[in-house]
Each structure stands twice: as C-alpha cells, then as structure tokens.
Design a protein around this ligand. Structure first.
Ligand code: JHZ
Length: 395
C-alpha cells in the first residue's frame, strides 16, 4: 500500500527552462511523495510522462559540472580494474563523460534525449535514442550480444517501471556480468532534509532496502554498495544474476547499509511524517530569512539553476521578488527563465558578484567548489545561504 507523506504543491518540469513569452503555456503537476509499505520504496505520487521531460531540448549536460567529469573518469577506471569488462552498455549516457573512457568498438549507449545520443554517436559510439525497456534490451542483445558491464548513473531512479527496467537489465547481462548504478540516497536525503531531490525526474528515491527487495523480484541480487558523496550523497549499487548459489555472497557493505537504514527508521512510516514536518519548517525559515534580507535592502543571487532549486523555489513560492538572478555555467540554460519561478538565468561571467550581498546555493552539492571559486565575493563581505542541512548563512 502506498502512503502519502509529503505534499510539495504545484510544480513545473524542473529542467523545462522557458523563453520570454512562454510562461502562459507552462505545464504544472502536483508533486507529492509516498512510501510503499511492501517494498519500502519512496516514489512521487503522480508521474509525469517521460517524453515531456527527456527530449531533444533536455538542458542538463553532465559535462558542464566539471567535478562530475572527474567522477565518471574515476568510476570508469575503478570498474575496468575490478571487472575488466569486454562489452559495456551505459543507460542514460547524457553527453558521454562516462562512456568516453571505454572502447568505441565494444561499448553501447542508450539515451532518450536526441541532443545527447547524437553527440555520443558523433564521438563514434553505438547510440540508441530511446528509453530503457525490455524491448530495447532485446534489440541490443540481437545486435551486440550480452553485456559484461551495464552502468547507469542518475538514471535508473528516473524510470517509472522499475520491474521492467531491472528485468531488461537481467535479460542483457552476461551470466557473470555486473550491473552497477548510482542514484541519490534516500537515507542522506532524510538525514540532510534535502527534500529538493524530489522532482519530476525522480519518480523514485532509492534506499538500499527497497532496491534489495525490488531487484530480487527481477532476477538480480545486490552484492556490494559504495556510499558516495556526489549529488549530496548517493549510493552505488553492484548487482548481478544469482547464477551460482555459492557465489551469492553479499559483501558486508550491503548488510551495513541495510542495518543503518533500518536504525534510521526507513522501514517506519513515522520517519517520513517527521521528515515532512522538517520540510515545512525549512520552507517557513527560508522564506522568512529571504524576506527579511530583502526588506533590509539586501541583494540576493543564486548560483546553479539546478533541478533541485526548482523544487525549492516552487515549493517556497520564491520568485524574482526575492532572488534577482540565477547564474549557471550551462549555455542551454542561459538567457532563459527558471521553470515556475521565472527567475532569469544568466552566464556567471556576465555578473559582478560583488554587486550582491548573498548567494543562495542552488547547487549546494557543489558548495565547496563554488565557495572556492567565489573567494573574492567572500573576501568582499559576501555571504552564502543554503537550506541543507538547515536554513543558514555562512561565509
Ligand atoms: P546538479 C540534475 O539535477 C538532473 P541538478 C538529474 N535528474 C539528476 O539526477 C542530477 O542532475 C544528477 C551548474 N554549476 O549537478 C551546472 C554552476 O553554475 O546539482 C548545473 O546546471 N557553477 C539528471 O540540476 C548545476 O549547476 C558551478 O560551479 O539538481 C548543477 O546541477 C557548478 C559546479 C555547477 O544537478
């Protein structure tokens, strides 16, 4: 049974940046989160059709977040060393920072956004412009054979039908192949109060507990987990087919994560009710703080036109009256308006940050990178605002 615990109100598509004059036709949906008593999976209640979200205009270029390029290079190196895969498939390859570390002849990309699949195709990789499902896994199997490594980062939690997604993986994985995927961690979200990880692109928020339950039902078993710091705390899950009974040994990391999640209360509905209260308080505090600063004549700008900031701004009702501008390094977002809030997005280079008193961290997950880049702003008396793990000012 699905039990609703959080109502974040009306939201636009978090990455649907608008041109001037597009505001009247903007699409909105109700963003609510629920918890499945049976599998312990957290999901959003009303899914948005994926075609509305992931299309040729999708603006999130992974390569624009340079720490992530290094992250994927490091992951690729580690996976090669650990598993030495011959054939590699990436699901949700975006603009290619992971797959580029693998051989073009033996690697395949799947990506529904045509702007990106065209890019990896130009780079010389076999690229399928498609959503991930069983039909596609059959097609890839018949063209390329089974895969030794199937990798997906920040993609599997984007897929509504997890049973189909996982059985499609099991269908394409070689008998001793590995399926490795990483997504934001529910535990970290609950611990840090980072409710802004909930938006249309994340129909599910994964715990190791829920994944352990769901993978098992679809012919896969978890054998290892890495806890990562990226995206405010993610889990990298290693799964495989349960071929050889004696080989089904779960590493201690799996048990450790299951225990940790259980003792935090991931298996209790009350934990989610407490989280919902914390989210409501965060909204009240953030709106109060920004309102007071504005009242005192302070100027506030945001760095990072993130999907996460769309949740914050739309849930809290924050618009250009409180935050003048958002800067973002992604060209496709610049010159546009943030979804729902309609705050203008500009190139960081076009702004003198010293004209502002406060920077709200839309990309709080890159707090250290941004604080380091913007040392001059702090030296001139500028301060940062974040809402994670609580609403606060720091410099
Ligand atoms: P970032 C996206 O979420 C969407 P977002 C998606 N659904 C997902 O799951 C996660 O990514 C993984 C900019 N930036 O990574 C670049 C600066 O302007 O937190 C990006 O637009 N200056 C696929 O959007 C944004 O911030 C900087 O110095 O919440 C960061 O977006 C840096 C470092 C980044 O993901």
């Amino acid at each position: 049974m699905f039990r609703e615990f959080l109502d974040l109100g009306r939201h636009p598509i978090a990455n649907a940046f608008l041109k001037d004059g597009d505001f009247d036709d903007e699409f909105f949906f109700n963003l609510k989160a629920c918890w499945d008593e049976e599998t312990k999976l957290v999901s959003i209640k009303d899914f948005v059709e994926p075609e509305r979200i992931f299309n040729d205009d999708y603006p999130y270029h992974t390569s624009n977040s340079f720490p992530m390029v290094k992250h994927f290079k490091d992951v690729a190196r580690m996976l090669k060393k650990k598993f030495n895969p011959m054939k590699v498939l990436e699901i949700g390859s975006n603009d290619g920072p992971f797959i580029t570390n693998f051989d073009k002849e033996t690697s395949v990309c799947v990506e529904p956004c045509g702007n990106f699949s065209l890019k990896t195709a130009h780079m010389g990789y076999q690229s399928y412009t498609s959503f991930w499902n069983t039909e596609l896994s059959e097609k890839i199997k018949s063209h390329h054979g089974k895969m030794d490594l199937i990798y997906a980062a920040n993609c599997i939690c984007h897929i509504h039908d997890l049973d189909d997604a996982f059985s499609a993986v099991a269908n394409l994985l070689s008998d001793d192949g590995v399926f490795v995927f990483e997504d934001p961690s529910l535990l970290k979200i609950l611990e840090r109060g980072s409710y802004d990880q909930i938006y249309d692109e994340h129909p599910h928020i994964f715990s190791v507990t829920a994944l352990n339950n769901i993978l098992k039902q679809n012919g896969l078993v978890i054998f290892d987990v890495d806890n990562l710091s990226v995206h405010g705390g993610s889990n990298r899950i290693y799964a495989k087919k349960p071929n050889i009974p004696s080989d089904n040994v779960m590493s201690e990391s799996v048990f450790h994560n299951l225990r940790e999640e259980d003792s935090f209360g991931i298996n209790e509905f009350e934990t989610y009710e407490i989280f919902a209260k914390r989210v409501e308080n965060s909204k009240v505090e953030l709106v109060r703080m920004l309102g007071n600063l504005k009242h005192n004549g302070k100027k506030i700008i945001c760095i990072g036109a993130t999907a996460k900031s769309s949740t914050v701004f739309n849930y809290c009702g924050i618009g250009p009256d409180l935050i003048d501008l958002i800067t973002d390094t992604t060209e496709a977002k610049q010159g546009m308006f943030a979804p729902g809030s309609h705050i203008p997005v500009v190139d960081r280079k076009s702004v003198n940050l010293n004209d502002y008193d406060y920077v709200f961290l839309g990309a709080w997950n890159f707090k250290d990178v941004i604080a380091n880049k913007e040392r001059e702003f702090v030296e001139n008396g500028g301060k940062f605002i974040t809402h994670v793990p609580k609403v606060m000012v720091f410099s």
